[in-house]
Design a protein around this ligand. Structure first.
Ligand SMILES: [Zn+2]
Ligand SMILES: [Zn+2]
Length: 333
């Protein structure tokens, strides 16, 4: 995709909201900026200075730009290889960036992997500009066998005016084998099954001994090593895990079979499996940024409590560096 070489695995989150895009109303953003500025009486003198920037960056996301309203789209890069996971509404901005490179000239070749076909993971595809440029070659991958049928429905009147066969780019569909590694240039990818009402596949990306586990959307109903069985390999010793945290732990009890988890479940898995970094996404579309911020705070209390218990028990464990995803976030693995 892009010409510059990425040394290690890098993950960029182009969409972190679950289920439905959620633009923040202008009135909410306006009030947020006003509150932030009024919170510091010295801000006038500091505007534009290093002090101002460090103060502003110290504010939690819900008092600045928020967590982001675009649905899932993730870019994974290493060496000369770029992969895309899912085509939520976040893929529109990625498409615009890709047009600056070979894709803009009809000389691009892209690889897009789907976890599953719920609307929030597909909805951006008709607005992915590289699809409309003749000469581009776009490979689409899924474990599910119905990918070609799904695309025919998506690019079809009266839902969308351009039929699949009329797109400028050449589209090729490929099937991935469950739990079989496949090499994409510099990155190896292995699909593992997640726990979701319609089958959904997570991916483990590996490059030069580094591993990224993509675990969205999942209810994580299987938690123990025994329950996970052949899918334990998704998590073991990953350097980064991106995990589903649409709900609080109380909401997961109320919303059984809705297909989403809570951050505390991801932290339990991370502590047990020696995962160093975790980022939580698929934020509830019904939750305001303030609500997501409050859940992040509750999660902090949960993590601190668990760590205290583990220490008191004399157990050895590795600290987990974790946070809630903000749209546009880039993480070096
Ligand atoms: Zn989803
Ligand atoms: Zn889903």
């Amino acid at each position: 995709m892009k010409s510059q070489r990425v040394k290690n695995l890098r993950v960029k989150l182009w969409g972190v909201r679950g289920s439905l895009p959620t633009p923040v109303p202008p009135s909410v953003l306006e009030q947020r900026v006003r509150d932030a500025i009024l919170a510091d009486p010295g801000v006038e003198k500091k505007a534009g200075s290093i002090e101002f920037e460090s103060w502003f960056q110290s504010l939690p996301p819900h008092r600045r730009g928020g967590y982001g309203g675009n649905t899932p789209c993730i870019e994974v890069s290493a060496g000369n290889t770029r992969l895309i996971v899912d085509a939520g509404s976040g893929i529109r901005a990625l498409g615009a960036e890709l047009l600056q490179g070979p894709c803009g000239k009809g000389a691009g070749e892209l690889h897009l992997l789907f976890t599953h076909f719920h609307w929030d993971h597909l909805i951006g595809l008709p607005f992915f500009a590289p699809l409309f440029i003749p000469g581009n070659k776009i490979h689409l991958y899924a474990v599910q066998e119905d990918l070609p049928e799904v695309l025919k429905v998506l690019f079809h009147k009266p839902y969308f005016p351009v039929e699949l066969g009329q797109l400028g780019a050449k589209i090729e569909c490929h099937r991935l084998e469950p739990r079989q590694a496949r090499q994409f240039g510099d990155i190896s990818v292995t699909p593992y099954q997640l726990d979701h009402p319609d089958p959904c596949w997570g991916y483990r990306f590996e490059h030069e001994g580094r591993a990224y586990a993509h675990c969205v959307d999942t209810e994580a109903t299987r938690i123990s090593r025994q329950e996970l069985g052949p899918d334990l390999g998704l998590y073991s010793g990953a350097d980064l895990m991106v995990f589903d945290a649409q709900y609080t732990i109380q909401e997961t009890v109320e919303k059984v079979n809705w297909g989403h988890a809570a951050a505390s479940i991801g932290l339990d898995i991370a502590l047990r499996e020696g995962i160093r970094k975790v980022v939580f996404m698929h934020h509830d579309p019904a939750a305001s940024d303030e609500r997501v911020g409050a859940v992040e705070q509750q999660t902090r209390q949960y993590y601190d409590r668990i760590v205290k218990i583990l220490k008191a028990q004399g157990q050895t464990f590795q600290d987990v560096d974790w946070r809630f995803a903000v749209e546009g976030m880039e993480i070096d693995v």
